[in-house]
Design a protein around this ligand. Structure first.
Ligand code: TXD
Length: 310
Protein backbone atom coordinates (compact mmCIF):
# COMPACT_ATOMS: atom_id res chain seq x y z
CA UNK A 1 0.00 0.00 0.00
CA UNK A 2 1.32 3.41 -0.97
CA UNK A 3 -0.37 6.62 0.13
CA UNK A 4 0.40 10.14 -1.08
CA UNK A 5 -0.64 13.36 0.62
CA UNK A 6 -0.55 16.46 -1.59
CA UNK A 7 -0.08 19.69 0.35
CA UNK A 8 2.27 19.67 3.35
CA UNK A 9 0.42 22.42 5.19
CA UNK A 10 -1.58 22.03 8.38
CA UNK A 11 -4.10 19.43 7.24
CA UNK A 12 -1.73 17.54 4.94
CA UNK A 13 1.12 17.19 7.41
CA UNK A 14 -1.20 16.26 10.28
CA UNK A 15 -2.91 13.64 8.14
CA UNK A 16 0.43 12.23 7.00
CA UNK A 17 1.67 11.91 10.57
CA UNK A 18 -1.51 10.16 11.66
CA UNK A 19 -1.28 7.78 8.69
CA UNK A 20 2.33 6.97 9.56
CA UNK A 21 1.42 6.19 13.17
CA UNK A 22 -1.39 3.94 12.03
CA UNK A 23 1.01 2.11 9.69
CA UNK A 24 -1.56 1.83 6.90
CA UNK A 25 1.07 2.18 4.21
CA UNK A 26 4.59 0.86 3.75
CA UNK A 27 5.31 3.98 1.76
CA UNK A 28 3.98 7.46 2.41
CA UNK A 29 4.76 10.48 0.23
CA UNK A 30 4.18 14.06 1.35
CA UNK A 31 4.33 16.49 -1.58
CA UNK A 32 4.12 20.27 -1.79
CA UNK A 33 5.11 22.99 -4.26
CA UNK A 34 7.19 24.74 -1.62
CA UNK A 35 10.72 23.42 -1.60
CA UNK A 36 12.02 22.04 1.68
CA UNK A 37 8.75 21.96 3.61
CA UNK A 38 7.63 18.44 2.67
CA UNK A 39 11.22 17.17 2.94
CA UNK A 40 11.70 18.73 6.39
CA UNK A 41 8.32 17.68 7.77
CA UNK A 42 8.63 14.22 6.19
CA UNK A 43 12.06 13.61 7.71
CA UNK A 44 10.91 14.88 11.11
CA UNK A 45 7.98 12.42 10.98
CA UNK A 46 10.27 9.58 9.87
CA UNK A 47 12.52 10.26 12.85
CA UNK A 48 9.53 9.67 15.12
CA UNK A 49 9.49 6.02 13.98
CA UNK A 50 11.84 4.65 16.66
CA UNK A 51 9.93 6.28 19.51
CA UNK A 52 6.46 6.11 17.96
CA UNK A 53 7.24 2.57 16.85
CA UNK A 54 6.29 2.65 13.21
CA UNK A 55 8.21 1.61 10.14
CA UNK A 56 6.37 3.61 7.50
CA UNK A 57 8.83 5.03 4.98
CA UNK A 58 7.93 8.71 4.70
CA UNK A 59 9.30 10.75 1.86
CA UNK A 60 8.87 14.50 1.46
CA UNK A 61 9.05 15.67 -2.13
CA UNK A 62 8.32 18.32 -4.76
CA UNK A 63 8.45 15.75 -7.56
CA UNK A 64 5.39 13.79 -8.69
CA UNK A 65 7.63 10.95 -9.91
CA UNK A 66 7.91 10.04 -6.21
CA UNK A 67 4.14 9.52 -6.03
CA UNK A 68 4.25 6.77 -8.69
CA UNK A 69 1.81 3.88 -8.21
CA UNK A 70 -0.02 5.38 -5.26
CA UNK A 71 -3.10 3.44 -4.14
CA UNK A 72 -4.63 6.39 -2.32
CA UNK A 73 -4.00 10.13 -2.72
CA UNK A 74 -5.28 12.80 -0.35
CA UNK A 75 -5.44 16.28 -1.88
CA UNK A 76 -5.14 19.13 0.63
CA UNK A 77 -3.36 21.61 -1.66
CA UNK A 78 -4.88 25.04 -1.86
CA UNK A 79 -4.55 28.67 -1.01
CA UNK A 80 -6.32 30.55 1.76
CA UNK A 81 -8.32 33.64 0.81
CA UNK A 82 -6.08 36.72 0.71
CA UNK A 83 -7.21 40.32 1.33
CA UNK A 84 -8.88 41.75 -1.78
CA UNK A 85 -9.66 38.32 -3.20
CA UNK A 86 -13.29 37.57 -3.94
CA UNK A 87 -14.81 34.13 -3.29
CA UNK A 88 -14.84 33.67 -7.03
CA UNK A 89 -11.12 34.53 -7.35
CA UNK A 90 -10.36 31.93 -4.70
CA UNK A 91 -12.58 29.39 -6.44
CA UNK A 92 -10.69 29.89 -9.71
CA UNK A 93 -7.30 29.80 -8.01
CA UNK A 94 -7.96 26.62 -6.03
CA UNK A 95 -9.65 24.93 -8.98
CA UNK A 96 -6.49 25.62 -10.99
CA UNK A 97 -4.38 24.09 -8.22
CA UNK A 98 -6.56 20.98 -7.78
CA UNK A 99 -6.72 20.49 -11.55
CA UNK A 100 -2.93 20.71 -11.91
CA UNK A 101 -2.35 18.44 -8.88
CA UNK A 102 -4.77 15.82 -10.25
CA UNK A 103 -3.20 15.95 -13.70
CA UNK A 104 0.21 15.29 -12.15
CA UNK A 105 -1.07 12.49 -9.94
CA UNK A 106 -2.65 10.73 -12.92
CA UNK A 107 0.62 10.89 -14.89
CA UNK A 108 2.19 8.56 -12.34
CA UNK A 109 -0.64 6.47 -10.81
CA UNK A 110 -3.08 4.52 -12.96
CA UNK A 111 -6.03 3.85 -10.73
CA UNK A 112 -5.73 5.61 -7.38
CA UNK A 113 -8.56 6.45 -5.02
CA UNK A 114 -8.53 10.21 -4.44
CA UNK A 115 -9.78 11.78 -1.22
CA UNK A 116 -10.25 15.53 -1.68
CA UNK A 117 -10.00 17.93 1.27
CA UNK A 118 -9.31 21.28 -0.45
CA UNK A 119 -12.02 23.94 -0.30
CA UNK A 120 -14.60 24.70 -1.59
CA UNK A 121 -14.88 20.99 -0.99
CA UNK A 122 -17.76 19.71 -3.11
CA UNK A 123 -16.60 21.74 -6.10
CA UNK A 124 -12.94 20.74 -5.78
CA UNK A 125 -14.02 17.09 -5.62
CA UNK A 126 -15.79 17.57 -8.96
CA UNK A 127 -12.66 19.22 -10.41
CA UNK A 128 -10.49 16.27 -9.30
CA UNK A 129 -12.99 13.78 -10.69
CA UNK A 130 -13.31 15.58 -14.01
CA UNK A 131 -9.57 15.97 -14.47
CA UNK A 132 -8.70 12.43 -13.34
CA UNK A 133 -11.01 10.51 -15.67
CA UNK A 134 -11.47 8.05 -12.79
CA UNK A 135 -14.79 6.29 -12.16
CA UNK A 136 -16.88 8.33 -9.76
CA UNK A 137 -16.55 5.70 -7.01
CA UNK A 138 -12.86 6.55 -6.75
CA UNK A 139 -13.04 10.31 -6.11
CA UNK A 140 -14.47 11.19 -2.71
CA UNK A 141 -14.72 14.47 -0.81
CA UNK A 142 -14.17 14.86 2.93
CA UNK A 143 -16.51 17.21 4.77
CA UNK A 144 -19.38 15.21 6.27
CA UNK A 145 -17.12 13.14 8.52
CA UNK A 146 -15.72 16.37 9.97
CA UNK A 147 -19.08 18.09 10.28
CA UNK A 148 -20.59 15.00 11.93
CA UNK A 149 -17.58 14.77 14.28
CA UNK A 150 -18.14 18.36 15.33
CA UNK A 151 -21.86 17.77 15.94
CA UNK A 152 -21.07 14.55 17.85
CA UNK A 153 -18.50 16.28 20.04
CA UNK A 154 -20.94 19.09 20.93
CA UNK A 155 -23.65 16.54 21.83
CA UNK A 156 -21.19 14.52 23.96
CA UNK A 157 -20.13 17.74 25.70
CA UNK A 158 -23.75 18.73 26.28
CA UNK A 159 -24.79 15.39 27.79
CA UNK A 160 -21.45 14.51 29.41
CA UNK A 161 -21.40 11.12 27.66
CA UNK A 162 -18.75 9.26 25.70
CA UNK A 163 -18.15 10.49 22.16
CA UNK A 164 -18.21 6.84 21.14
CA UNK A 165 -21.91 6.53 21.87
CA UNK A 166 -22.92 9.57 19.85
CA UNK A 167 -23.82 9.13 16.19
CA UNK A 168 -24.75 12.04 13.98
CA UNK A 169 -26.11 12.35 10.49
CA UNK A 170 -24.90 15.44 8.63
CA UNK A 171 -25.55 15.71 4.90
CA UNK A 172 -25.24 18.33 2.18
CA UNK A 173 -22.44 20.77 1.44
CA UNK A 174 -19.75 22.05 3.73
CA UNK A 175 -20.58 25.30 5.55
CA UNK A 176 -23.85 27.14 5.10
CA UNK A 177 -25.23 24.40 2.87
CA UNK A 178 -24.78 21.74 5.57
CA UNK A 179 -27.89 19.66 6.34
CA UNK A 180 -27.73 18.18 9.86
CA UNK A 181 -30.45 15.52 10.16
CA UNK A 182 -31.57 15.54 13.77
CA UNK A 183 -33.96 12.59 13.46
CA UNK A 184 -31.04 10.23 12.68
CA UNK A 185 -28.76 11.65 15.36
CA UNK A 186 -28.64 9.38 18.38
CA UNK A 187 -26.89 8.52 21.63
CA UNK A 188 -26.60 4.73 21.89
CA UNK A 189 -29.64 4.50 19.62
CA UNK A 190 -31.71 7.03 21.60
CA UNK A 191 -32.81 9.95 19.40
CA UNK A 192 -31.26 13.18 20.71
CA UNK A 193 -34.71 14.77 20.69
CA UNK A 194 -35.49 12.50 23.70
CA UNK A 195 -32.43 13.81 25.54
CA UNK A 196 -31.98 17.46 24.60
CA UNK A 197 -34.68 20.17 24.30
CA UNK A 198 -35.43 21.29 20.74
CA UNK A 199 -34.18 24.86 21.22
CA UNK A 200 -30.88 23.58 22.58
CA UNK A 201 -30.53 21.13 19.66
CA UNK A 202 -31.03 24.08 17.31
CA UNK A 203 -28.13 25.86 19.06
CA UNK A 204 -25.87 22.82 18.71
CA UNK A 205 -26.81 22.56 15.02
CA UNK A 206 -25.90 26.23 14.56
CA UNK A 207 -22.58 25.73 16.34
CA UNK A 208 -21.86 22.79 14.03
CA UNK A 209 -22.71 24.85 10.98
CA UNK A 210 -20.24 27.51 12.16
CA UNK A 211 -17.71 24.96 13.43
CA UNK A 212 -15.02 26.02 10.98
CA UNK A 213 -15.47 29.73 11.66
CA UNK A 214 -15.35 29.18 15.45
CA UNK A 215 -11.82 27.75 15.12
CA UNK A 216 -10.69 30.40 12.59
CA UNK A 217 -11.78 33.10 15.04
CA UNK A 218 -9.51 31.63 17.70
CA UNK A 219 -6.54 30.95 15.44
CA UNK A 220 -6.75 34.28 13.55
CA UNK A 221 -4.45 32.78 10.88
CA UNK A 222 -5.26 29.50 9.20
CA UNK A 223 -8.13 27.14 9.86
CA UNK A 224 -8.87 23.94 11.74
CA UNK A 225 -6.64 20.99 10.98
CA UNK A 226 -6.59 18.34 13.70
CA UNK A 227 -10.20 17.23 13.26
CA UNK A 228 -10.12 17.70 9.45
CA UNK A 229 -6.96 15.58 9.16
CA UNK A 230 -8.36 12.89 11.46
CA UNK A 231 -11.58 12.83 9.41
CA UNK A 232 -9.69 12.32 6.13
CA UNK A 233 -7.65 9.56 7.77
CA UNK A 234 -10.84 7.86 8.98
CA UNK A 235 -11.98 7.67 5.35
CA UNK A 236 -8.59 6.30 4.28
CA UNK A 237 -8.75 3.71 7.05
CA UNK A 238 -12.15 2.49 5.82
CA UNK A 239 -10.65 2.06 2.33
CA UNK A 240 -7.30 0.53 3.34
CA UNK A 241 -8.83 -1.96 5.77
CA UNK A 242 -11.90 -2.52 3.58
CA UNK A 243 -14.01 -1.81 6.66
CA UNK A 244 -17.24 -1.01 4.81
CA UNK A 245 -17.75 1.99 7.09
CA UNK A 246 -20.91 4.01 6.52
CA UNK A 247 -19.73 7.62 6.50
CA UNK A 248 -21.07 10.89 5.10
CA UNK A 249 -18.90 11.79 2.11
CA UNK A 250 -19.18 14.10 -0.89
CA UNK A 251 -19.86 11.81 -3.85
CA UNK A 252 -21.35 12.16 -7.29
CA UNK A 253 -25.04 11.25 -7.15
CA UNK A 254 -26.92 9.31 -9.77
CA UNK A 255 -30.49 10.44 -9.30
CA UNK A 256 -30.63 9.78 -5.55
CA UNK A 257 -32.50 12.52 -3.67
CA UNK A 258 -33.47 13.89 -7.10
CA UNK A 259 -29.85 14.95 -7.75
CA UNK A 260 -27.91 13.84 -10.80
CA UNK A 261 -24.20 14.20 -11.47
CA UNK A 262 -23.46 16.61 -8.61
CA UNK A 263 -21.06 15.99 -5.72
CA UNK A 264 -22.96 16.30 -2.43
CA UNK A 265 -22.50 14.89 1.06
CA UNK A 266 -24.59 11.76 1.67
CA UNK A 267 -24.08 8.51 3.61
CA UNK A 268 -22.00 6.01 1.65
CA UNK A 269 -20.31 2.68 2.27
CA UNK A 270 -16.52 2.99 2.01
CA UNK A 271 -14.37 -0.03 1.33
CA UNK A 272 -11.41 -1.14 -0.77
CA UNK A 273 -13.10 -0.02 -4.00
CA UNK A 274 -13.89 3.45 -2.72
CA UNK A 275 -17.60 4.25 -2.66
CA UNK A 276 -19.30 0.84 -2.64
CA UNK A 277 -22.85 2.01 -2.00
CA UNK A 278 -24.75 5.28 -1.81
CA UNK A 279 -27.59 5.26 0.70
CA UNK A 280 -30.78 7.07 -0.14
CA UNK A 281 -32.34 7.51 3.28
CA UNK A 282 -35.83 8.72 4.06
CA UNK A 283 -35.73 12.44 4.72
CA UNK A 284 -38.24 15.14 5.57
CA UNK A 285 -39.29 17.20 2.52
CA UNK A 286 -37.49 20.23 4.00
CA UNK A 287 -34.21 18.27 4.25
CA UNK A 288 -34.49 17.04 0.66
CA UNK A 289 -35.11 20.60 -0.41
CA UNK A 290 -32.04 21.77 1.55
CA UNK A 291 -29.95 19.00 -0.05
CA UNK A 292 -31.14 19.99 -3.53
CA UNK A 293 -30.38 23.63 -2.78
CA UNK A 294 -26.92 22.60 -1.70
CA UNK A 295 -26.47 20.68 -4.98
CA UNK A 296 -27.70 23.66 -7.01
CA UNK A 297 -24.99 25.89 -5.49
CA UNK A 298 -22.34 23.28 -6.34
CA UNK A 299 -23.69 23.07 -9.92
CA UNK A 300 -23.60 26.84 -10.38
CA UNK A 301 -19.97 26.97 -9.28
CA UNK A 302 -18.98 23.99 -11.42
CA UNK A 303 -20.55 25.79 -14.39
CA UNK A 304 -18.28 28.77 -13.68
CA UNK A 305 -15.32 26.40 -13.90
CA UNK A 306 -16.26 24.67 -17.15
CA UNK A 307 -13.93 27.07 -19.02
CA UNK A 308 -10.82 25.66 -17.33
CA UNK A 309 -11.57 22.31 -18.95
CA UNK A 310 -12.19 23.77 -22.40
O1 TXD B 1 -13.70 19.86 5.72
C1 TXD B 1 -12.89 20.19 4.90
N1 TXD B 1 -12.95 19.69 3.68
C2 TXD B 1 -11.82 21.15 5.21
C3 TXD B 1 -11.14 21.78 4.11
C4 TXD B 1 -11.39 21.34 6.54
C5 TXD B 1 -10.25 22.06 6.79
C6 TXD B 1 -9.44 22.65 5.74
N2 TXD B 1 -10.08 22.63 4.47
C7 TXD B 1 -9.31 23.07 3.29
O2 TXD B 1 -8.19 22.21 3.10
C8 TXD B 1 -8.70 24.46 3.39
O3 TXD B 1 -9.66 25.44 3.11
C9 TXD B 1 -7.65 24.36 2.30
O4 TXD B 1 -8.23 24.51 1.02
C10 TXD B 1 -7.14 22.93 2.43
C11 TXD B 1 -5.84 22.79 3.20
O5 TXD B 1 -5.93 23.41 4.43
P1 TXD B 1 -4.63 23.69 5.32
O6 TXD B 1 -5.05 24.26 6.61
O7 TXD B 1 -3.74 22.49 5.31
O8 TXD B 1 -3.92 24.82 4.44
P2 TXD B 1 -2.38 25.22 4.40
O9 TXD B 1 -1.74 24.96 5.73
O10 TXD B 1 -2.32 26.56 3.78
O11 TXD B 1 -1.73 24.14 3.38
C12 TXD B 1 -1.99 24.12 2.02
C13 TXD B 1 -0.73 23.63 1.35
C14 TXD B 1 0.46 24.59 1.49
O12 TXD B 1 1.56 23.91 2.08
C15 TXD B 1 0.76 25.01 0.06
O13 TXD B 1 2.13 25.22 -0.20
C16 TXD B 1 0.24 23.81 -0.72
O14 TXD B 1 -0.97 23.47 -0.06
N3 TXD B 1 0.00 24.08 -2.12
C17 TXD B 1 0.30 23.17 -3.10
N4 TXD B 1 0.80 21.93 -3.01
C18 TXD B 1 1.00 21.28 -4.18
N5 TXD B 1 0.71 21.82 -5.38
C19 TXD B 1 0.20 23.06 -5.49
N6 TXD B 1 -0.08 23.57 -6.70
C20 TXD B 1 -0.03 23.79 -4.31
N7 TXD B 1 -0.50 25.04 -4.06
C21 TXD B 1 -0.48 25.20 -2.72
Amino acid sequence: MKITVIGAGNVGATAAFRLAEKQFAKELVLLDVVEGIPQGKGLDMYETGPVGLFDTRIKGSNDYADTADSDIVIITAGLPRKPGMTREDLLMKNAGIVKEVTENIMKHSKNPIIVVVSNPLDIMTWVAWKQSGLPKERVIGMAGVLDAARFRSFIAMELDVSMQDVNACVLGGHGDAMVPVVQYTTVAGIPISDLIPADRIAELVERTRNGGAEIVNYLKQGSAFYAPAASAVEMVEAIVLDRKRVLPCAVSLDGQYGIDGTFVGVPVKLGKNGVEQVYEIKLAASDIEALQKSAAIVDENCDLLKSIFA
